[in-house]
Design a protein around this ligand. Structure first.
Ligand code: GP9
Ligand code: MN
Length: 713
């Protein structure tokens, strides 16, 4: 019966066979190949076991398989340029270096669900990750297996178990091998870019770079980025900030006495409506309103609704919207400011401003914490809590997610568990995600007709928007029942367009036009901005503004003095507000004229205008363009030069201590628990520990059978 076992060669026999082959022909080449295989194998196994890279589909799986090979070949091929024992030692050294990088990232990832960056390595403790302290707690003995092959290889060389190749290989062969590594890297990059355009320029998430290009390529990419940042930071001087603050102070507008401070001390709910465009408000499909609840909210007499409010994002999309909303600073011309500068820069952000006025601040999002570098950036912004995917056990269930994360109805319901524990007053930012390109939703969740433009990526948009609308209504309903409605102010905004300019025929159909002009496309950049509170005088406000203006407007309502803050937006409620909307690419919109995609239009009539020397337009355009260029370049200077670090000794704002925040789930939960005792002002504490979660009603089909289980978890 055990006969077949006899046929399996013993390990000793296998090794003898390998050694024989290695000895007879070009031993160094074999040693090189063996190391490449070992490095590839370790990396590939770790990709699957220790990292959560989210590779989907054949292309991404293939790249995950391929991407450890190019750098393994390039680095290990260095050994081929040498001969004798030295070449073996060099190969082992490069195997060891790659293994050490893999090992360090594995440990870091286990703790922070992100990869090590040069910024974190060089400024370690300042980012508040408390690296050293936690490593001991998270390391497993099996992690050291990464180094096992290196120890064996060292032993084999020392104890002369390998025939050392005295001749080495021909130079030509070494060069060709290195070139092969480079070619493979380019092939990988080519396939990756076709699957994910803007991979390096937009740099969404470190996970993406590793998934598509590899761990070592990520290290190189990150090193270049860090170098550029350090250089621009080094060049900056305090006088640069003085000049900018001077300009900003001339832009400060008087507050609106009717509104100033009317919302002081209230909880603030910032509700981020993903990819939500203004045209959806009151829009109908087959006679049915797409977003009946948001429409009601929009027209409510206690809602201030802006109907000429534009998104101003660049490539950083959501992260740019957040940068503006939290700081009144623009995103950058390329890439994401949060990704590039979020970790190390100094900011004067809304969570910190409110923290220093007794608020608790918390961000909620059903995607992984590393996306848009939120895990690090939020510490710089001063968020006390960041409830990301890891805090939502439901996110582990496969059909509970769609696209980037947890479906909105489940996300908002599961957020209530944390909302009820937040000491009041609090600032809670809820970032939805289901209404995101490509607007996919499972049949069970669809109860609205798709549009019929024939453009597949457009037609589902109203369905996911409708879903978001119901999710929003469920949340509001709960907040009313839980007693959080009356003492809160609600701010809603759409972060950016949902339907891009690449879908013009479909846009024309949605708008009931034959063809769209650049004027229509400009109108299509409008997103909602609504502020609601039971004591607020509402109405539809036609002021022209954009995301950069959200913060000063909100600070006016909250009665927070902002005279000394470096903000590039203006208070939309100020009686002196004039309304110039700067688009990130340098286009602009004023109530009179606009420049969009290099054409000029009359903003009110939509007529195209020609710029000739004596026209009224010429005057407005010259003045507006120079203002727009100035705010954009000043805002860029603040970010790339990290200028706010020079803004010291302020009486109205203390610098954020990034180190004091820890978003690990265990830490966050412990902190929340302790807060119930130390500051018993949460809804839960006020209810003497009696949870309000039973009041949350959702029709999410995923939760229908086990609703109670999920809410009591
Ligand atoms: C992911 C989400 C999407 O976490 O915020 O970002 P976007 O693609 O809209 O910029
Ligand atoms: Mn977005």
């Amino acid at each position: 019966m055990l006969n077949f076992l006899k046929k399996i060669p013993s390990p000793k026999l296998i090794w003898q066979k390998i050694k024989q082959t290695m000895d007879t022909s070009a031993p160094l080449v074999w040693f090189f190949v063996l190391n490449v295989i070992l490095v590839w194998f370790k990396t590939f196994v770790n990709y699957h076991m220790n990292f959560n890279l989210g590779a989907e589909g054949a292309i991404q799986q293939f790249l995950l398989f391929l991407n450890p090979i190019p750098t393994a070949i390039i680095f290990l091929s260095i050994a081929l340029y040498f001969r004798g024992a030295l070449s073996y030692w060099i190969a082992i050294l490069f195997n060891a270096i790659q293994s050490l990088w893999l090992f360090s990232n594995m440990l870091y990832y286990r703790e922070f669900s992100d990869f090590l960056s040069m910024g974190i390595l060089s400024s370690g403790s300042s980012t508040g990750n408390n690296l050293g302290k936690s490593i001991a707690a998270i390391i497993h003995w099996s992690d050291y297996l990464i180094f096992l092959d290196i120890i064996i290889l060292i032993g084999l060389v020392i104890f002369k178990q390998l025939t050392i190749d005295r001749k080495g290989v021909q130079k030509k062969f070494a060069v060709l091998t290195t070139v092969l590594g480079v070619v493979l890297m380019l092939v990988d990059y080519g396939i990756a870019s076709s699957d994910r355009s803007g991979l390096l320029t937009r740099s969404f998430d470190n996970n993406y770079i590793v998934k598509y290009l590899g761990l070592n390529e990520y290290a190189a990419f990150n090193a270049v980025q860090t170098y550029n940042q350090t250089e621009s930071r080094k060049r900056a001087k305090p006088a640069d900030l003085d000049k900018i603050k001077q300009f900003v102070s001339t832009q400060k507008l008087p507050d609106n006495i009717q509104y100033y401070g009317t919302q002081k001390g209230k909880n603030v709910f910032m509700i981020h409506l993903e990819s939500f465009q203004q045209f959806l408000i009151d829009y109908k499909v087959d006679g049915q309103e797409v977003t009946p609840n948001l429409n009601k909210f929009y027209h409510d007499q206690s809602t201030l609704s802006f109907d000429n409010f534009y998104n101003q994002v660049g490539q950083g999309k959501t992260s740019d919207a957040e940068m503006m909303q939290e700081n009144s600073l623009f995103g950058l011309a390329t890439g994401s400011a949060m990704v590039k500068y979020g970790t190390n820069n100094t900011f004067e952000s809304l969570p910190a401003i409110l923290n220093q006025r007794g608020y608790t601040s918390a961000a909620f999002h059903g995607d992984v914490a590393s996306f848009w570098n939120r895990d690090n950036t939020y510490k710089s912004f001063g968020y006390n809590y960041f409830f990301s995917k890891a805090y939502y056990p439901n996110a582990n269930k496969p059909n509970f997610n769609v696209g980037y994360g947890l479906k909105d109805k489940i996300f908002l319901q599961d957020s209530a568990k944390y909302i009820e524990q937040l000491p009041q007053p609090f600032y809670a930012k809820l970032i939805t995600v289901t209404n995101h390109y490509p607007y996919d939703l499972d049949k069970e969740n669809i109860d609205f007709p798709a549009t019929k433009t024939g453009d597949n990526t457009v037609d589902g948009y109203v369905q996911t928007a409708h879903y978001l609308d119901s999710a929003f209504a469920e949340l509001m309903d709960y907040l009313k029942k839980a007693g959080l409605y009356d003492n809160s102010v609600f701010v809603l905004y759409g972060d950016h367009y949902g339907i891009s300019e690449n879908h013009q025929p479909a846009i024309a159909q949605l708008l009931g036009k034959d063809k769209v002009t650049n004027y229509d496309l400009a109108q299509f950049q409008k997103v909602p901005f609504m502020i609601h509170a039971n004591n607020l005088k509402g109405g539809i406000n036609h002021t022209y503004g954009g995301e950069i203006d959200m913060l000063p407007t909100l600070l006016d309502l909250l009665g927070v003095p902002d005279d000394n803050m470096t903000m590039f937006g203006q208070d939309l409620l100020s009686p002196k507000y004039q309304g110039v909307v700067a688009m990130r690419d340098g286009d602009w919109i004023t109530p009179q004229y606009m420049k969009f995609n290099n054409q000029y239009f009359n903003t009110q009539s939509g007529e195209q205008e020609i710029l000739n020397d004596n026209s009224d337009l010429k005057q407005v355009a010259t003045k507006t363009q120079s203002y727009v260029d100035k705010v954009l370049s000043y805002s860029d200077a603040v970010i790339t030069g990290d200028l706010l670090r020079f803004d010291k000794n302020r009486s109205d704002f203390n610098a954020v201590n990034k180190k004091s925040f820890d978003y690990k789930k265990t830490s966050g939960l412990a902190q929340l628990k302790a807060a119930q005792e130390s500051n018993p002002s949460s809804i839960l504490a006020q209810n003497k520990g009696q949870s309000t979660l039973g009041m949350y009603k959702t029709d999410a089909p995923e939760l229908s059978n086990n609703h109670n289980n999920n809410t009591s978890k």
